[in-house]
Design a protein around this ligand. Structure first.
Ligand code: ATP
Length: 429
């Protein structure tokens, strides 16, 4: 269908005949005039209908908000309207009438409660600032993908229905798989590592990860987008460098592409400086302790502890050298002291965005690590097998895309960065 986008109108010559298709956001009637604000995915424009040109003005003034319309008319760049341009309409087609009242207002100044918004997500997303979040998400991912391609990674797709847990058994979703027991994948970890053994030694995947998180929090979803990489002949240092640069490139692509979206969200963002600071788990414990928060060795750093660390390091920083007891079986212990590992988390203030590590590549050590973690190596035979016939040293990470968006756009709830969030109580829409 031939159409013009509202976002392009300013750049067309005055007087151009244009066709606008979109939603009737606002309808205002005066004696001899009707103004209709039409919104499309790129912005909005006011169309002016003069009584002298239209026999059906009364019908027009009763048009319901959010109906889908097509308006043809002449572009007026000399308009006195707030935007400075409008369309002098010569015809209108009402393509699909919207029912009223709307379950959720699009331009109401007071925002509806979150549940109502999520229950009517298709309407909630019509609000231009909500659209901005997802345009930014797309650009962020595009920047990361482009960077990884430049670094000779290939994008892969691994199974989401799996037979074994990667991140521990507690938060698995079981699925009925004919006669067998199966689960939704918590992360592509095992398969990305098997691919390193396959000779494709730089892979990345953007896909869903499923975690049966028992409690609703503002940072957790039961289905999130995981951006994962695995690189062969590498250690944790090269994987960290790949990560900070990928995040930087993602943000730079947002800065390049989404200035009006950032403006709509009232945000000023800068490209982060790399390398990000590296700080060890032990240093974090010390910072927490000097602020009166004691973290026993081997315990996770609490949000309270991380707040103190975050205050010191601002924005992005890595926490490195985590204890073995806190990391999954596939994490490489430190050669000099195996109570610690070659692992890291990327943090933004007190929030974790990414976990990564150098992985174990020796099959005997891997089997030992399974036992230490109370797991049965025979359940992972398909995985360990790939380590027995020539497995390079390797490292990688898993980044929560919605977490990254949340911190970058200062969203108070991770659900804002998800089109249709899945949590403990929500499975529709
Ligand atoms: P957390 O401690 O925050 O629950 P985790 O240590 O379980 O996270 P990892 O298994 O290390 O998370 O996963 C890697 C990344 O995936 C995290 O840094 C985070 O960005 C993202 N992530 C993990 N679980 C979730 C979730 N339930 N919802 C959204 N993102 C998640």
């Amino acid at each position: 269908m031939e159409r013009n986008f509202t976002g392009d109108l300013r750049n067309l010559p005055d007087g151009t005949n244009v066709i606008i298709m979109g939603w009737a956001q606002e309808i205002r009637s005066l004696k001899n005039l009707v103004f209709v604000v039409i919104r499309d995915s790129t912005g909005q424009v006011q169309a002016t209908f003069k009584r002298e040109n239209f026999s059906n003005m009364d019908q027009l003034s009763t048009l319901s908000r959010e109906s889908v319309i097509r308006v043809e008319g002449k572009l007026n760049l000399q308009s006195k309207s707030k935007a400075g341009f409008e369309v002098e309409a010569s015809s209108i087609n009402v393509i699909n009438v919207s029912e009223s009242p709307l379950p959720l207002g699009i331009i109401d100044p007071v925002e509806a409660d979150f549940e109502t918004r999520l229950n009517n997500r298709f309407l909630d997303l019509r609000k231009p600032v909500k659209g901005s979040i997802f345009r930014i998400k797309s650009s962020m991912l595009w920047g990361i993908r482009e960077y990884l391609h430049q670094q000779n990674f290939i994008e892969v797709q691994t199974p989401k229905i799996v037979a074994a847990a990667t991140e521990g058994g507690a938060d698995l979703f079981p699925v009925e798989y004919f006669e067998k027991e199966a689960y939704l994948n918590q992360s592509p970890q095992l398969y990305k590592e098997i691919l390193i053994a396959s000779g494709i030694d730089r892979v990345f995947e953007v896909g869903p990860a499923f975690r049966a998180e028992e409690h609703n929090t503002v940072r957790h979803l039961n289905e999130f987008t995981s951006v994962d990489i695995e690189m062969g002949f590498s250690d944790h240092h090269s994987a960290m460098s790949m990560l900070e640069n990928a995040v930087k490139k993602g943000i730079e692509n947002v800065l390049k592409t989404n200035s009006s979206d950032l403006q709509a969200l009232g945000l000023k963002i800068e490209s982060p400086k790399v390398p990000f600071p590296r700080i060890s788990y032990e240093e974090c414990r010390k910072i927490a302790s000097s602020n009166g928060v004691e973290i026993p060795f081997g315990e996770d750093l609490s949000v309270e502890a991380l707040k103190f660390v975050g205050e010191k390091f601002h924005d992005f920083y890595f926490i490195v050298d985590w204890p073995s007891s806190l990391r999954p079986f596939y994490t490489m212990p430190k050669e000099e002291d195996d109570r610690y590992t070659n692992s890291y988390d990327l943090q933004y203030r007190e929030k974790e965005i990414t976990s990564g590590a150098q992985r174990v590549h020796n099959p005997d050590l891997l089997t030992k690590r399974f036992m230490e973690k109370g797991l049965k190596p025979e359940n992972f035979e398909f995985y360990i097998k790939a380590f027995r016939y020539g497995m390079p040293p390797h490292a990688g990470w898993g980044l929560g895309l919605e977490r990254l968006l949340m911190i970058l756009l200062d969203l108070q709830n991770i659900r804002e960065a998800t089109l249709f969030p899945r949590d403990r109580t929500r499975i529709v829409p």
